[in-house]
Design a protein around this ligand. Structure first.
Ligand SMILES: *Cc1c(COP(=O)(O)O)cnc(C)c1O
Length: 376
């Protein structure tokens, strides 16, 4: 049997081939490779899609986080609260800017940041008296939204800048509205494997604030002012290529339909696997972009067994994340030794199954048959 692809970018490319070619040819015709008209068009489309006032397209999700933090002047002495169970980029940026990440545990069923633990971590930092609680990065993990009403209430009480890391979850909704305006600023990523991915690196910032949007535009082009040779801020080269914007515009034409297809796969997995393994708990009153569909197995040995069995049957799996960030060699010395038991436990038992919009019925069934046979 042929192996099932974990993510099928080729099937998607075949579907949008005509529109993709038309968009790329447009860029090749005008040769405005940097900040060409496709970038502005994409920004308008993305802002409209998620009901945000401003969108600024940038070179990656990581650079989007950096620009958002540079705009706030976050740096040495500042504590930035973020979940321990996420991708490394979330923790890396505060450190690059000289700030200190403070790791927070996650909910054992939804895998999203635990607001109660966030409250305790802020209190600990205040008691410690060394760092100033400054910002919160809420990550919408695996496609689902974080508990933004609870996170925002805590941030407001504590006077924290809020950044929504929507890199994995662009397209999800919370309380009937697309995420994109839940925090002071929102960042997303167009890394090829994300739900809305380009053919290379890319990202975007979303915000309701006119001042922040203007500052983000300046910072992504070396802090330039109204003319190119006036430098107002210390910035960076953080622009999105016109060619990437062209690819993303082509992909946006099928994005809503792809979200519906991912939901179909998730529901099928839920129904077939729900009695045998722990399937992902839904965040109440939300929809997911299903970047990742992760099950929880009994223990590390069972995960290893299931992963090996599936691999032998041509079913790829992945582990997001095998090690929580507070235990990573690079970050351990910046961690205050707090135990984060849920993140540590998830790292041992979690396993992601193939999910993408082009996963056919026979392949979905094969994935489930293999999982059920392995755990029985
Ligand atoms: C992918 C990702 C990022 C970084 O995005 P890049 O575009 O790869 O820089 C940041 N945060 C999370 C949670 C991610 O999954």
């Amino acid at each position: 049997m042929t192996a099932i692809p974990f993510i099928d970018l080729k099937a998607q490319q075949a579907r949008i081939a005509g529109e993709l070619r038309r968009r790329l040819d447009g860029v090749l015709a005008h040769c405005q490779f940097i900040l060409g008209p496709e970038v502005a068009e994409l920004e308008t489309e993305l802002a409209t899609f998620c009901g945000a006032k401003h969108c600024v397209a940038v070179s990656s999700g990581t650079d989007a986080i950096q620009i958002a933090f540079m705009a706030e002047g976050i740096g040495p002495g500042d504590a930035v609260f973020l979940p321990a169970f996420t991708y490394t980029a979330t923790a890396e940026v505060p450190l690059v800017l000289g700030a200190t990440p403070v790791f927070v545990d996650v909910d054992p069923r939804t895998f999203q940041m635990d607001p109660a633990h966030l409250g305790r971590r802020i209190a600990e930092v205040r008691r410690g008296g060394k760092l100033r609680p400054r910002a919160l990065i809420g990550v919408d993990l695996f496609g689902q939204p974080a508990d933004w009403p609870a996170l925002s209430a805590i941030a407001e009480r504590e006077g924290l800048f809020t950044l929504d890391d929507l890199a994995q979850s662009f397209g999800c909704t919370l309380h009937g509205r697309p995420l994109g305006a839940a925090a002071d600023a929102t960042v997303t990523s167009f890394f090829p494997s994300k739900p809305l991915g380009g053919y290379g690196d890319g990202g975007a910032l979303l915000t309701e604030s006119d001042e922040r949007a203007a500052l983000y535009r300046s910072l992504r082009t070396h802090g330039e002012g109204t003319s190119r040779y006036e430098v107002l801020h210390t910035g960076m080269n953080g622009r999105l290529d016109s060619l990437q914007a062209a690819v993303l515009l082509a992909k946006l034409t099928v994005f809503r339909d792809e979200l519906a297809s991912r939901e179909r796969v998730a529901r099928y997995y839920d129904s077939r696997l729900g009695n045998a393994v722990m399937t992902p708990a839904r965040v109440p009153d939300s929809t997911s972009a299903w970047a990742i569909y992760a099950i929880l197995l009994r223990d590390a040995a069972m995960r290893q067994h299931v992963q090996a069995t599936l691999r032998a049957d041509g079913v790829p799996t992945a582990i997001y994340y095998p090690r929580p960030l507070h235990l990573q060699p690079a970050y351990r010395e910046h961690h205050d030794d707090a135990r984060l038991p849920v993140s540590e436990d998830l790292a041992e038992r979690i396993l992601a199954l193939p999910i993408h919009p082009y996963l056919g019925t026979a392949d979905m069934a094969r994935v489930c048959d293999c999982v059920l046979a392995a755990v029985s």
